[in-house]
Design a protein around this ligand. Structure first.
Ligand code: TYD
Length: 209
């Protein structure tokens, strides 16, 4: 049996998840794994449309946005040349910066979480992460980091929305605890400290396979 893993890294904006996804990928590569790192929204056509919506260049209804993220995800999974399904079949460990828990957390600020989970059922059936790591950081800390790093805020980058997003992550993790393997990692502290916690979460799951 192939030992490559599919790992999703989750967290609110400003949680440092992209840095942690990169560091985990580096560490796995150094340990001799073939690693494919990727992210959502993707850099494909639908992902680019989503980026324009997030920047406020195009307006769209929140349910339509949720549906576009689903379309982007299906494209990300099933794209013939470099889709995540293909990469898993080729033996890569795939590390994805955001996956369907992002949809559960962000879109249920505006709509019913069960609807979002239902919409993503095909993604879960196609490729369920062996491990989802939720990097949990208090919202005030995230907002400070966002303010330090960006000139203008994106669609969801307000304290009020990110507080709801964080709480929705926790609700979704609890709701799906029988079907999804999620580890919540304390994302406060230095980058190295958090990276070590992420690594330990990975070690625990890979030892149990
Ligand atoms: P993010 O990872 O923050 O990208 P970047 O670091 O390049 O800004 O993701 C962009 C936004 O997309 C973020 O606010 C969360 C949102 N998002 C959703 O609303 N639903 C989804 O399903 C996904 C994957 C992301």
């Amino acid at each position: 049996m192939s030992s490559n893993l599919f790992i999703a890294i989750e967290g609110t904006d400003g949680s440092g998840k992209s840095t942690q996804a990169r560091l985990l990928a580096e560490r796995l590569t150094n340990a001799g794994h073939s690693v494919h790192t990727t992210f959502e929204p993707t850099s494909g056509h639908i992902g680019r449309l989503l980026r324009s919506i997030l920047k406020g260049e195009i307006k769209a209804d929140q349910k339509a946005i949720a549906a576009l993220f689903l379309a982007d995800r299906l494209d990300h999974l099933l794209r013939e040349e470099d889709g995540m399904v293909k990469k898993m079949q080729e033996g890569y460990s795939v590390i994805c910066d955001r996956y369907y828990f992002s949809s559960y957390a962000y879109h249920s600020v505006y709509t019913d979480m069960d609807w979002v989970i239902d919409c993503n059922r095909m993604c879960a059936a196609t490729l369920r992460p062996h491990l989802t790591i939720f990097i949990d950081v208090p919202t005030d800390e995230c907002m400070t980091r966002i303010a330090a790093g960006r000139e203008s805020a994106e669609l969801y980058e307000t304290t009020e929305i990110l507080q709801k997003v964080r709480s929705n992550y926790l609700t979704a993790i609890e709701k799906l605890k029988d079907t999804e393997k999620v580890v919540t990692v304390n994302g406060s502290g230095t980058i190295e400290e958090v990276a070590e916690r992420v690594w330990q979460a990975y070690i625990a799951i890979s030892d149990n396979r």
